[in-house]
Ligand binder design. Structure first.
Ligand code: IPD
Ligand code: CA
Length: 303
C-alpha cells in the first residue's frame, strides 16, 4: 500500500508512455531511412490499399522490441501480428492486461508517393481491441519522422509533442466554437462502396463547415486536432491501429472524442474536435450519416 492508502499501481503509465515514444521514434526513423533506399509495394484489401515491405519490417521491429521489454503484454498490429502471451481475457485494468496496438506505417499511400504525412503509431490499451467499444488507450505515441516529431500522451498526463532534440511542448486544441468556421479533416476507406457512402456524407457536411482537409494519415489527423492544426477530424470506418494513440493525444490535450452514435469510437467511425465545437459537429455528422444510410464498415473488414 502507498501512504495514501491506495494499492501500489504495478503498471506505471509514465513508463508505458516513455516506451511508446522511444519505439515510435525508432520505428519512424527506420521507415524514413528505408524510404530512400527503395522498397517493395503490394496491395491488400483492394487495388488502392497499399502495403510495402517496410510496413511489415516496421511491425516486426516493434513486435521484437515489445516482446523483449514487455513479454507479458499482448500485441495487435495492422499487418497481422497478433500475440497474447497472457492467453486472452483482456480486461479494463492496466494492472492486469495491456495490449500494444500498433500501426507500423499510417499513411502508407503518402509514404509510397513521397508525401511527408505518414506516421508510426504505438499505443498501450486496456480492454479488448478486437471489439470496438470494448477498449481504450492508456498511453501512446505517434511519430512523424519527416518532421522529427513524436506526439504522445498517457491517461491523466496531458498531451505533448517532442521535437528531434527531445524537448516536449504541451498541446492544446483550437478555441473554435462555430461549426461554420470549423476546419475539418477526414479520410476515406479503400473499398468503392464505402467511399461512395463517405462521399454522400460529405455532400451534407461540406456546406456546413469552413473547409475539408484529407491528410492521408488518421493518426496525424488526430494529432492535428490535438495541436490546433485542425479544428476537428472525423472518419467512418477507421481501424483500432489508426486511432489508438491519436485518440488519447486528443483527449489529453483537452479535445473531445466519441464515435458516431456511440460514446467511444466504433466501427461506425470517430469524431474528434476542439471542445467548443463538438456537440454541433456530432449532431451534423450524425444527421448526415443518417441521410446517407449510416455505417461504412471498413473497420476490421480488412482482416
Ligand atoms: C489509412 C490512413 C488514412 C485513412 C484510412 C486508413 P493506412 O491507414 O490512416 O488517412 O483515411 O482509413 O486506413 O492504410 O495508411 O495505414
Ligand atoms: Ca493505418
Amino acid at each position: 500500500m502507498t501512504t495514501s492508502g491506495h494499492p501500489q499501481r504495478r503498471t506505471d503509465l509514465a513508463e508505458l508512455e516513455t516506451l511508446a515514444v522511444e519505439l515510435a521514434r525508432e520505428a519512424g526513423e527506420f521507415v524514413a531511412q528505408r524510404q530512400g533506399g527503395g522498397f517493395g509495394v503490394d496491395t491488400k484489401s483492394t487495388s488502392t490499399d497499399l502495403v510495402t515491405d517496410v510496413d511489415a519490417a516496421s511491425e516486426r521491429l516493434l513486435r521484437e522490441r515489445l516482446a523483449a521489454r514487455r513479454p507479458d503484454d499482448a500485441f495487435f498490429g495492422e499487418e497481422g501480428t497478433i500475440a497474447d502471451p497472457g492467453g486472452g481475457g483482456r480486461c479494463d485494468d492496466p494492472d492486469e492486461a495491456i495490449t500494444w496496438v500498433v500501426d507500423p506505417i499510417d499513411g502508407t499511400v503518402n509514404y509510397v508517393y513521397g508525401i511527408p504525412a505518414y506516421a508510426v503509431s504505438v499505443a498501450a490499451v486496456v480492454g479488448d481491441p478486437h471489439r470496438f467499444g470494448a477498449w481504450r488507450p492508456v498511453a501512446g505515441a505517434v511519430a512523424q519522422p519527416s518532421a522529427g516529431l513524436v506526439f504522445h500522451a498517457r491517461s491523466g498526463g496531458g498531451a505533448w509533442v517532442q521535437d528531434a532534440d527531445g524537448v516536449d511542448t504541451p498541446l492544446a486544441p483550437t478555441d473554435a466554437t462555430s461549426l461554420e468556421l470549423t476546419l475539418l479533416g477526414t479520410g476515406f476507406a479503400y473499398r468503392e462502396d464505402h467511399r461512395r457512402r463517405q462521399a454522400e456524407d460529405l455532400v451534407e457536411i461540406l456546406p456546413s463547415v469552413r473547409d475539408i482537409r484529407r491528410g492521408g494519415s488518421a493518426a496525424l489527423d488526430l494529432c492535428s486536432v490535438a495541436c490546433g492544426r485542425l479544428d476537428a477530424y472525423y472518419e467512418r470506418g477507421v481501424n483500432p491501429w489508426d486511432i489508438a494513440a491519436g485518440w488519447l493525444v486528443v483527449t489529453e490535450a483537452g479535445g473531445s472524442v466519441c464515435g458516431v452514435r456511440s460514446p467511444r469510437p466504433s466501427a461506425e467511425g470517430i469524431i474528434a474536435s476542439a471542445p467548443g465545437v463538438h456537440d454541433a459537429l456530432v449532431a451534423r455528422i450524425e444527421a448526415a450519416t443518417r441521410a446517407s444510410g449510416g455505417g461504412s464498415g471498413q473497420a476490421q473488414a480488412r482482416r
